[in-house]
Design a protein around this ligand. Structure first.
Ligand code: ADP
Length: 468
């Protein structure tokens, strides 16, 4: 588990580190390029204006070509190695040069072409000045007054490069620091955002089969984890149901089966005490068979209950069930039992009603009620079944002419293992609780009315399947 958290953190961190680094480096490169272009552009702009001034000073007077550079000689161009230079060539020969070039050995015509401005027809060169400093040179070729002129204006880039260098150094400090700050923040966020998940995981680890009744407090979980905690609690709920029903099954089974098993053992002990006559053995085997059948009925009923308790009847698995079909089939199954005691079983079925449900479980529920209607009836009695529809509900009633149920016991008949007269009853006391579980799992309800000595009416209400 720990490994997963670590790898999630690692992945988050890696993602943050890569994306932030790439983004900051891209921004840095872009800014550096922009500043460099702006600074060099401004130098080129100055050189261009100087070039325009210089070409404007060229004129012809009385057939002679003159270049009045006196204005330019003032200031920066007059200071040796000032970083500001110019040179004018006419037909390949030097016509004029700035005093700043004197003794510098710097030739403005040598350099690497940076670009050519198609509009102004000026060329820009990168060159190296007399003191090995970078120099920007602007060259302009002009054909006029019958001669070929080449004008060169240059400026040292020492100052500009200093600005660019300072800016580059600034970026080299700011970008790694930015990456570091973002990564540390990211690491902190990743660590803290996963803390509730780790706490959640630790909390889950404390839940065992013995503490299945515990739940994760969804109120204190962070919003993102509330859904997870809810689902986890629902899962615990289902697990606990299955666990409880298994525990209950084991407890019920051992309790209920103890007595009949003791009866079998006692019967065997008595028979085996001495030599017996053949009829006595037959009698003993008959008793043992009866008790074994009772054990069998108990086991079947307990398994049915355990299955129902574990939530096997889910509406998701329901299919369309014809109520009349289901009831007719269970009546047919009850008839042999009823005929033995000459009890008439009649059915009044309305139009076919369809239920969304589990056919076998519904049949088991109806069979339990019908068998009770026979078992607790008098000889030559009657059992009437009717099916009616009222709005969105189907009502199935089972009316018998049996012993009836005392008023105070009416509610208890659906309890597990309840038998009104356990001495007389051979049942398991589970039939009606199975029926109730099945009916309730179908969204229905089972009720009973009874008059002791006259008979009982069990009524099952079930929702009718809605047409799609
Ligand atoms: P079982 O019939 O196996 O004993 P049930 O759960 O089916 O168990 O019924 C529980 C008890 O309710 C029965 O023992 C009986 O006392 C009473 N009972 C059930 N159905 C009827 C009925 N139709 N008439 C009278 N009593 C009934």
């Amino acid at each position: 588990m720990k490994g997963i958290w670590k790898s999630i953190k690692g992945r988050l961190f890696l993602l943050l580190f890569t994306s932030t680094s790439l983004l900051l480096i891209a921004i840095g490169l872009f800014l550096y390029h922009e500043v460099r272009t702006t600074v060099l552009g401004s130098v080129d702009g100055t050189l261009h204006s100087k070039m325009q001034v210089m070409t404007g000073l060229l004129h012809e007077e009385h057939g002679a070509i003159e270049l009045e550079l006196s204005e330019l000689i003032q200031g920066e161009y007059s200071i040796p190695r000032s970083g500001h230079y110019y040179k004018v060539m006419m037909n390949g020969k030097l016509l004029a040069a700035s005093p700043s070039l004197v003794d510098s050995g710097f030739d403005l015509s040598a350099g690497t072409l940076e670009y050519r401005d198609e509009k102004t027809r000026e060329k820009v060169f990168a060159s190296v000045g007399p003191d090995d400093e970078p120099v920007r040179v602007l060259q302009y070729d002009l054909k006029t007054f019958g001669a070929d002129f080449s004008f060169f204006v240059a400026e040292s880039l020492s100052g500009s490069m200093e600005i660019i260098r300072t800016f580059r150094n600034f970026l080299l400090i700011v970008i790694p620091s930015g990456i570091l700050v973002v990564c540390l923040t990211g690491l902190w966020i990743a660590r803290h955002s996963l803390l509730p998940l780790e706490a959640f995981s630790d909390r889950i680890k404390t839940i065992t089969h013995k503490t299945l009744n515990e739940r994760i407090d969804t109120g204190t979980e962070t919003r993102e984890l509330t859904g997870l905690a809810d689902s986890f609690n629902e899962m615990l709920e289902r697990l606990q149901k299955v666990f409880d029903s298994e525990k209950r099954l084991i407890a019920d089974a051992s309790h209920e089966l103890k007595t009949p098993v003791s009866v079998i053992k006692a019967e065997c002990d008595v028979v085996l005490q001495k030599e017996r006559r053949g009829e006595e053995y037959i009698e003993a085997i008959k008793t043992i068979k009866e008790v074994a059948e009772n054990i069998d009925a108990h086991i079947k009923a307990l398994l049915s209950l355990a299955r129902l308790d574990s939530g096997i009847l889910s509406p998701l698995s329901f299919a369309a069930v014809s109520l009349n079909d289901c009831i007719q089939k269970t009546i047919e199954m009850t008839k042999p039992l009823a005929e033995k005691r000459r009890i008439s079983v009649t059915a009044t079925l309305e139009d076919d009603i369809t239920i969304a449900g589990n056919r076998d479980s519904l049949a088991e529920a109806f069979l339990n009620i019908l068998e009770n209607g026979v078992n607790y009836n008098r000889d030559n009695g009657a059992l009437e079944v009717s099916v009616k529809r009222k709005e969105e509900k189907a009502f199935v009633s089972f009316k018998d002419t049996g012993v009836g149920i005392q008023r105070e016991n009416l509610r208890r008949v659906f309890d597990r293992f309840y038998r009104a007269d356990s001495a007389r009853s051979e049942g398991t006391g589970l039939g009606l609780s199975i029926a109730r579980s099945v009916i309730e799992a179908h969204g229905g309800e089972i009720t009973v009315e009874s008059e002791p000595g006259k008979g009982s009416i069990f009524t099952v209400a079930l929702p009718v399947k809605q047409e799609q």
